[in-house]
Design a protein around this ligand. Structure first.
Ligand code: PLP
Length: 376
């Protein structure tokens, strides 16, 4: 089945009781036991499993081409679930440049529990190879990365990590399965902040992990999910499952807009650099073309000529890009990343990140043009 069909059909069967075409929301936290103590309808307690979350997980697993998925209350809860697989003495290799919260989890939560970690330039497979030790159990990839849109070679990094016995998890939030399916390149786990494109409307938090195969990893994550209890609420599952039905259309249209904006910015005198993997000038373009099928996503960043003050001034003039964090929604957003990422940021002070939405590209380009007018 194609992605469009999976996104509409998987986990959205007609409800047997009343024939609802749109799925019902199952609010119950507990489910009736049979007279012999069994749970023949498959559910016992909502933290362990519930119909709305199962439907969501089945759909996400299908979209990524995986065996199974576990859903969480946020993307951060999902990354922490992956880190829960580690034990004291284990070692993780992670990108120097990535979503800052993932690095913070390693520094502030996982590190103090006795797990070692090394941050490397993930755009260089040789840097990953050099960082691997006999204790390395996990390699974390985020491509394209947040906020610099760095591209890592999923296949190469996975091959060399597997050679050394480490599993690989890829944060696929920016690309979405519409453009990139990391399981095809051998990774063991795919992670998502569902808050972004899966939700798509800036009104629901969520996260997910997809496993390539059944077996120990999948079983451990399922057990962790039920034990840790950081699961999404019934209504959030329903919102997310509903939003997935339009994922492919939204991401395609947002990506078309982003590609036009990247072209526009790349020739603008007021801009120092544009980071968009779809531009031939992007240093990861060839790898992106190999591993992203048909599009390069709807996120891009650029450095304004000048410094932090000039970047804030440009963002301050934009009318159709709301100044806000997060991404992946139908409305376009602009953000000065360095000022939100904390003391460990490696993001240039003159960088603005755009999450391109569903407004018309002509209007978005006109808006950027007027905001940059005094800078050309
Ligand atoms: N991964 C990426 C690439 C992100 O951009 C984010 C959030 O911005 C996260 C993970 C964390 O997701 P959440 O905010 O849903 O916890």
């Amino acid at each position: 089945m194609k992605l469009e069909t999976l996104s509409v059909r998987i986990g959205r069967d007609v409800e047997p009781m009343a024939g609802d075409v749109a799925p019902a929301i199952h609010m119950s936290t507990t489910f009736e036991r049979d007279s012999d103590g069994e749970f023949s309808r498959g559910y016992s307690y909502a933290r362990a499993d519930n119909p709305g979350r199962k439907a969501l997980e089945q759909c996400i697993a299908a979209l990524e081409g995986g065996h199974d998925a576990t859903a969480y209350s946020s993307g951060s809860a999902a990354s922490l679930a992956v880190f829960s697989l580690l034990r004291p003495g284990d070692h993780v290799v992670a990108p120097i440049e990535s979503y800052h919260g993932t690095a913070k989890q390693l520094r502030d939560i996982i590190g103090p529990m006795g797990v070692q970690y090394t941050f490397v330039d993930m755009t260089r497979a040789d840097a990953v190879r050099a960082a691997l030790t006999p204790a390395t159990k996990l390699v974390w990839i985020e491509t394209p990365s947040n906020p610099m849109l760095n591209v890592s070679d999923i296949e190469a990094i996975t091959a060399l990590s597997h050679e050394r016995g480490a599993i690989v998890c890829c944060d696929n939030t920016f690309a979405t399965p519409v453009w990139q399916r990391p399981l095809r390149f051998g990774v063991d786990l795919v992670m998502h902040s569902s808050t972004k494109y899966f939700g798509g409307h800036s009104d629901v938090m969520g996260g997910a992990i997809v496993t390539r195969e059944g077996g120990t990893l999948s079983e451990r994550l399922r057990d962790y999910q039920g034990t840790a209890g950081n699961t999404p609420a019934a209504f959030d599952c329903w919102l997310l499952r509903r939003s997935l039905t339009t994922l492919v259309c939204r991401v395609r249209a947002q990506t078309e807009n982003a590609a036009r904006i990247a072209e526009f910015l790349s020739t603008h005198q007021g801009i120092e650099r544009v980071f968009y993997p779809g531009l031939a000038s992007h240093r990861g373009h060839d790898i992106a073309r190999k591993q992203m099928q048909g599009g390069f996503g709807a996120m891009l960043s650029f450095c304004v000529r000048g410094g932090r003050e000039e970047a804030f001034a440009v963002a301050g003039k934009m009318k159709y890009f709301t100044r806000a964090t997060s991404l992946g929604g139908v409305e376009s957003l602009v953000e000065h990343r360095a000022s939100i990422e904390g003391p460990h940021t490696v993001t240039p002070q003159n960088l603005l990140r755009l999450s391109v939405g569903l407004e018309h590209a002509d209007d978005l380009i006109a808006d950027l043009d007027q905001a940059l007018a005094s800078r050309s």
